[in-house]
Design a protein around this ligand. Sequence first.
Ligand SMILES: C[S@@+](CC[C@H](N)C(=O)[O-])C[C@H]1O[C@@H](n2cnc3c(N)ncnc32)[C@H](O)[C@@H]1O
Length: 203
Amino acid sequence: MSSQRQHPWFARSYVRLSQIAEKSGAAAHRKQVLAGLSGKVIEIGAGNGLNFKHYPDTVTEVLAVEPDDVLRTHAETAARNSAVPILVVAGHADALPADADSFDAAVASLVLCSVPDPASALAGLRRVLRPGGELRFYEHVRSGHRWFGRAEDLIDPIWSRVAGGCHPNRDTLVTIRTAGFEVSEVEQISFGLQHVLGRATKV
Ligand SMILES: C[S@@+](CC[C@H](N)C(=O)[O-])C[C@H]1O[C@@H](n2cnc3c(N)ncnc32)[C@H](O)[C@@H]1O
């Protein structure tokens, strides 16, 4: 099944640029955000599968949902080389191909910036998480610095066009809380853009 939202130029650029970011610190952030996970995990917008090698062996299976055909092909290759069983499927965060309450944990990394409607994506994740299930997040967010934040607002219309629908100025932590998650840990990371890395529980 191919999905409607395709950004082939961005996808090919992301495959190249994300490798540079990995070496500059993103790989360590991915490892940190996935540490200690166990059981059944769902990952939305898995991209080219850069998280896959960081899943601990206490994870029994991962359902990785990725709408973009180019990125999904790379994710399928990464899944074949993963120590943990990973099924990569086409789909969108707001229409997840999964039953309610069927996952122990959910992962959103660098994706709530890009989904068309973050509240709807988080509602989708909340639906498939079991009661008390955990959301792990690693996301870039609007800068808390007055002028940087304003600059992100100004650049947003162009940025989202060239970066596959990504928005640099979303207040994702507020959206996570509003969606019915209790944030139990959060680390603010300055990594080019302002990032938040942490965990939240379905309440
Ligand atoms: C910047 S990339 C990040 C990829 C990956 N999560 C990572 O950590 O490297 C943004 C991702 O969001 C995905 N995406 C965009 N809209 C989506 C949606 N509605 N549902 C799920 N994923 C979506 C894109 O296809 C892309 O894989």
